[in-house]
Design a protein around this ligand. Structure first.
Ligand code: 5GP
Length: 188
């Protein structure tokens, strides 16, 4: 069954600045609400369970898959991540537009149940700049950074499946541009 709920899908390579852009969007567009994903990835310093992600053990994730708790789930960088149905319902009950931050594979899967979702891809100006940003973030090892830059190449091949592609030069400009797109698309 097709879903008529309002949904925004944001994708882009790890380190591109999605987190900062999404934070700005949530502050400036009050009808948006973040759908918090579940992941088996270890919690990073400063991250809060239930705020950044729901941090699941492998067993909890298996259980959630078995119970049909996910709209989609994927393997990304060796860990599992999934969009929880309950999160979208929670936001819809609050009359909010759900915003999900997911990888390109997950975005393609969501397209089947939410064909009318607004899909936005955030791209780095160049891959070299992306690598620099990942190094500065100091949250991943060299090996992880290499993995993420390689995965970025794969993700950049998927941009044709998105309604808009934003090149993130500065967080401020990108946030403003996306804000305009959202307001226009949902008549806010
Ligand atoms: P990070 O580990 O840096 O927080 O996220 C790694 C990647 O996982 C990001 O590219 C992000 O888009 C993706 N991701 C986060 N949540 C989900 C989800 O619920 N589903 C899918 N398919 N990907 C996700």
């Amino acid at each position: 069954m097709k879903n008529k709920k309002k949904l925004i899908v944001i994708s882009g390579p790890s380190g591109v600045g999605k987190g900062a852009i999404i934070k700005s969007l949530l502050n400036n567009v009050k009808t948006l609400g973040l759908a918090v994903s579940a992941t088996t990835r270890p919690q990073r310093a400063g991250e809060l369970d239930g705020n950044d992600y729901y941090f699941y053990s492998q067993a909890n994730f298996d259980e959630a898959v078995k119970n049909g708790a996910f709209i989609e789930w994927c393997h990304v960088h060796g860990n599992r991540y999934g969009t929880l149905k309950a999160e979208i319902d929670r936001l819809n009950n609050l009359s909010k537009i759900g915003l999900v931050e997911i990888d390109t594979e997950g975005a393609n899967k969501i397209k089947q149940s939410f064909p009318e979702a607004l899909r936005i891809f955030i791209a780095p100006p160049t891959l070299a700049i992306l690598e620099e940003r990942l190094k500065k973030r100091k949250t991943e090892s060299w090996e992880e950074i290499e993995k993420r830059v390689n995965h970025a190449k794969v993700e950049l091949n998927e941009i044709e499946h998105y309604d808009y592609v934003i090149i993130n030069d500065t967080i401020l400009d990108s946030s403003k541009e996306i804000e305009k797109i959202i307001k226009k698309s949902f008549n806010l």
